[in-house]
Design a protein around this ligand. Structure first.
Ligand code: 3UK
Length: 519
């Protein structure tokens, strides 16, 4: 199925320079509301940044570079520049707070940060000081997207040649470290090789999307989320197509972009499709340019599938992917969809449903999803988690599934405690850690409770310290505190004050009892 990749390979060269060689230089690569970047402009900008990285900032092959920005063409140029310089991209969500950035920088041992001026405030302290309070050895943050003053990336780039000889990397050198939230509350870094970046372009999109050079992709996920990276950068560029980059990926903004840029392909989460279907029903809009709509991140509710079909005539392509796998490995396809099912295994991958001992269960039986293919999980510095995720060569994503007699996969639930709310994976223990930093909190447990709008609602069960008034004011105080401590989208939308938390004899919190008790 998959073409074999040569042993020496730089995915930035394959995606960007090859596009120019194929004569796409003048074609649009990225659109924003302000401007359109051609492939040639992207290449020239990436090359000048690569010179700045190597000549001024001392980046050598293997160095990890933290990137941080809303979805912009300049972020994409930085992404390619780091890879051309032989570095490793560590992209972070713009919503992350200083603690989370410091954790990421510690884990990935980054050598430098390139950061959009609009999210500099949280980045600079995280780069200066490690989580343990000691100074970071390579704590420099270089800003871009501002006035281009002294020390900015633009100043370092100016006058640089717009050609750059890309570092000759191995196909199995690490190209990017993508972070996901973990069940234990700490983000997990997952490493992906140069060839993995091409493999995801050559599996899901050609077989299930059939992208063409005149396609215009758009979507809401940040480029730090590999769902967004694939759909908005890697897939369109591999096909010579273009993508619309939105700095604020809200449903109304996505709808606006679809209309304004006559977008043909969309990538977003089920909740956004549901929200946009509502907007379409309420107003006069034209989304007739769309031909493919991809949903991922959480299970696609049948009601959302049907609302979208009724509003647009388009059957959403559901696909399950994971940061560990880089992108989608089970999905439906445009003309072959069973509503309510995630779909069938993507060509190039294998998937099966297994029991606790690793044996395949009979069709129609619930079990754990196991998948393998050209990409797979490589946790950064976490052999214990690696052994849990990859067993006998199969990746265990932590999801339970049923496979029917015809090979279609039907999603059941996550097998771990991760909360999935509005398409975001939120770790309960991470929210707990944030709450526990507040003086009023004695102990707490955070779980996801079913919610029609968001899939799950982050709900905190909180035991207050003696003397604390547990009222509505305290609810808001704790919510604001969490928003200021970690990425705001993780805050508990519901807080329930309790006298005690259910625990095992060994003192472990029993989350399932919190969830059941709330019913
Ligand atoms: C859940 C789904 C049901 C599932 C992702 C597309 O979501 C992505 O990566 P994450 O690491 O989370 C992975 C977990 O999310 N999930 C994702 N898609 C679906 N559940 N139906 C779906 N369609 O629990 C999975 O294990 O954040 C998605 C591409 C790249 C990605 N990183």
């Amino acid at each position: 199925e998959l073409a074999a990749y040569p042993p020496r390979l730089n995915c930035a060269v394959e995606l960007l320079d090859r596009a120019i060689e194929r004569g796409l230089g003048d074609r649009p690569a990225f659109h924003t509301h302000a401007e359109t970047w051609s492939y040639a402009r992207l290449q020239a900008t990436a090359n000048r940044i690569a010179h700045a990285l190597v000549d001024d900032l001392g980046i050598i092959p293997g160095n990890r570079v933290l990137l941080r920005a809303p979805n912009t063409p300049l972020l994409v140029a930085c992404w390619f520049a780091v890879l051309k310089a032989g570095g490793v991209v560590v992209c972070t969500m713009p919503l992350l707070r200083t603690r989370e950035i410091a954790y990421t920088a510690d884990k990935a041992e980054v050598a430098l940060a390139l950061c959009d001026v609009r999210c500099l405030e949280e980045c600079e302290p995280a780069m200066r000081t490690r989580l343990d309070g000691t100074p970071r050895a390579n704590g420099r943050t270089v800003a871009f997207g501002g006035d281009g003053g002294a020390g900015s990336l633009e100043a370092l780039m100016s006058g640089r040649p717009d050609t750059f000889a890309a570092v000759d990397t191995a196909a199995d050198d690490v190209a990017l470290i993508a972070f996901t939230s973990g069940t234990t509350g700490q983000g997990k870094g997952t490493m992906h090789f140069h060839r993995d970046v091409l493999a995801v372009c050559d599996c899901f999109p050609p077989h299930l999307l059939g992208l063409r050079p005149d396609d215009v992709c758009c979507g809401t996920p940040p480029l730090a989320f590999t769902f967004g990276l694939g759909g908005l950068v890697l897939f369109p560029m591999r096909a010579g197509a273009s993508a619309v980059l939105l700095e604020q990926g809200s449903p109304p903004n996505l709808l606006d972009a679809i209309e304004r840029f006559r977008a043909t392909v969309s990538f977003t989460a089920p909740t956004a499709y549901r929200a946009i279907a509502g907007l379409l029903a309420a107003g006069d809009h034209d989304v007739s340019s769309l031909r493919i709509c991809v949903s991922a991140g959480e299970a696609l509710p049948l009601a959302t599938f049907e609302a979208w079909k009724a509003a647009t005539g388009i059957a959403i392509v559901d696909g399950i992917g994971a940061t560990e796998m880089l992108h989608i490995f089970i999905s439906a396809s445009g003309d072959d969809i069973r509503p309510g099912s995630t779909g069938r295994v993507v060509p190039g991958y294998e998937a099966k449903v297994i029991d606790a001992h690793g044996a395949e269960v009979p069709r129609g039986t619930v079990g754990r999803l196991a998948v393998r293919g050209p990409t797979g999980c490589r946790y950064l510095g976490d052999p214990q988690r690696q052994r849990a995720y990859v067993q006998h060569g199969w990746n265990l994503t932590g999801d339970s599934y049923v496979q029917d007699a015809d090979g279609w996969f039907w999603y059941q639930a996550r097998t771990d405690d991760m909360i999935v709310s509005s398409g975001y994976n939120i770790s309960g223990p991470e929210v707990e850690s944030a709450l526990l930093l507040h003086d009023a909190v004695q102990e707490c447990g955070v779980v996801g409770l079913p919610d029609a709008e968001r899939g799950q609602l982050v709900t905190a069960f909180v035991v207050c310290k003696p003397g604390v008034t547990a009222d509505e004011t305290m609810v808001r105080t704790l919510q604001d505190f969490v928003k200021a401590t970690i990425a705001p989208y993780k805050y508990p939308r519901r807080i329930v004050f309790v006298d005690a938390l259910p625990r095992t004899a060994t003192g472990k919190l029993q989350r399932y009892r919190l969830r059941e008790g709330a019913k």
